[in-house]
Design a protein around this ligand. Structure first.
Ligand SMILES: [Zn+2]
Length: 102
C-alpha cells in the first residue's frame, strides 16, 4: 500500500492524493484535522468530545515519514499527527460515505 503523490491546495482547503492504482481522492483540511490520531486527539474522541475543526483550518505542511506516511502541520499549530498511507485512503473513503470517525 502506497500513494503515488500528494498535492496540497491551500486556497481550496483540500489535499489531493493519487493512489497506486492511479485513482485520485480529495480530503478537506478539516477532515484531516478531525481525523488526527495523536494521543491527545484520540483521547478526545474516546471521551466523546472529538475536536470539531473549523472549515477555515488549513494544512500548512506535509512532511514525509519514511516510506510509511506523512506528518501534517495545521494552522492551529497542531503537528503531532502521523497519517500512514492506508489511513489517508481510509479517511478519504469515510469522508465520501459520511459515517462518523470511530
Ligand atoms: Zn492530534
Amino acid at each position: 500500500m502506497s500513494i503515488q503523490s500528494i498535492s496540497n491546495h491551500p486556497a481550496r482547503g483540500m489535499l489531493e492524493i493519487v493512489l497506486d492504482s492511479g485513482a485520485s481522492r480529495t480530503l478537506t483540511h478539516a477532515t484531516l484535522r478531525e481525523g488526527c490520531r495523536c494521543a491527545d486527539c484520540t483521547a478526545l474522541r474516546r471521551a466523546g468530545t472529538p475536536l470539531q475543526a473549523d472549515g477555515a483550518i488549513r494544512l500548512l505542511a506535509v512532511e514525509p515519514v519514511g516510506a510509511y506516511g506523512v506528518q501534517l502541520v495545521f494552522s492551529d499549530r497542531h503537528d503531532r499527527g502521523i497519517y500512514p498511507w492506508i489511513y489517508l485512503e481510509q479517511l478519504s473513503d469515510r469522508a465520501a460515505s459520511g459515517p462518523p470517525l470511530p
